[in-house]
Design a protein around this ligand. Structure first.
Ligand code: PRP
Length: 209
C-alpha cells in the first residue's frame, strides 16, 4: 500500500512525464528528481512518484499502491476503472478514431486496436460484427499490411495518418490527461489531496490559454 504520510502518485513514463511533473509543480508540490534518470520510484520531496506504462496507472491507483495518478481519459475508459476523477488537466488532448486507408470503404471484417474494449463497444454501437484484434503499438501498420480493414487508434497531430496515406473515418471519443484519486486515500489523506485537487483545478484552467 501507499506510504502513510507522503502522497504516492503514479505517473506515465515517456514524453508525457515532463508535462505531469510540470502541472504538479505548478500546483505547489516541490518535486526534485535529480540524478535518478533510470529509477522507477522517486522519493521526490513532497511526494513519492512511481513511473509506469500509462495503461497500468489505473490499476496502481485502484488497488491503493498509489494514492493518485495522472492518466489519459482514453486509457481510463479502456481500463473500466471507476476511479474518482476530479480534474481534467487539459493537456495530452487527442481523439480515439476509426482509421482506414484513404478512400477505402469496404465492409469491416477485422479491426485492430490497442483499445480492444472501446473498439468493440464502438463497433457494436454502429452495428458492425467485425472482429477486434488487439495489438500493442504501431497499430496503423495493421491497415497498411492488410492485417485489418481498419484500426481504432489515437490521433493527436494527424502526422502518422498523413505519413501513411490513412484517413480518419469517425471520431469515437476525445481524451485528455486526468488526475485520478483512490477513494480510500481521498478520506485518509484528505489534508493533502483536497488542496492539491483545488490547485490542479486552477492550474488546469490556464492550460491551453
Ligand atoms: C500514438 C498513436 C498513433 C500516434 C498518433 O502512438 O497510437 O500512432 O501516436 O499521433 P499523431 O496523430 O500525432 O501522429 P505512440 O507514438 O504513442 O506509439 P505506439 O503506437 O507505439 O503506442
Amino acid at each position: 500500500m501507499a506510504e502513510a504520510g507522503k502522497l504516492t502518485i503514479a505517473l506515465p513514463k515517456g514524453r508525457i512525464m515532463r508535462h505531469c511533473l510540470g502541472v504538479l509543480r505548478q500546483a505547489g508540490l516541490n518535486l526534485e528528481l535529480a540524478g535518478m534518470e533510470r529509477a522507477l520510484r522517486h522519493d521526490a520531496g513532497d511526494a513519492s512518484l512511481i513511473e509506469m506504462r500509462n495503461g497500468d496507472v489505473p490499476t496502481y491507483v485502484e488497488l491503493g499502491v498509489a494514492d493518485a495518478g495522472i492518466v489519459g481519459k482514453d486509457v481510463l475508459l479502456e481500463s473500466g476503472s471507476r476511479l474518482y476523477e476530479p480534474v481534467d488537466l487539459g493537456f495530452a488532448v487527442c481523439r480515439l478514431s476509426l482509421i482506414r486507408l484513404r478512400g477505402v470503404r469496404s465492409d469491416l471484417r477485422r479491426v485492430a486496436s490497442k483499445y480492444p474494449k472501446l473498439a468493440a463497444r464502438y463497433l457494436r454501437d454502429v452495428g458492425s460484427s467485425a472482429e477486434v484484434v488487439k495489438l500493442a503499438g504501431n497499430v496503423e501498420l495493421a491497415c497498411l499490411t492488410g492485417l485489418a480493414d481498419a484500426v481504432v487508434d489515437i490521433v493527436e497531430t494527424g502526422g502518422t495518418l498523413r505519413a501513411n496515406d490513412l484517413e480518419e473515418v469517425d471520431v469515437i471519443l476525445w481524451s485528455s490527461a486526468r488526475f485520478v484519486v483512490n477513494r480510500a486515500a481521498l478520506k485518509l489523506k484528505s489534508d493533502q489531496l483536497k488542496p492539491l485537487i483545488s490547485s490542479l483545478r486552477e492550474v488546469a484552467q490556464t492550460v491551453g490559454r
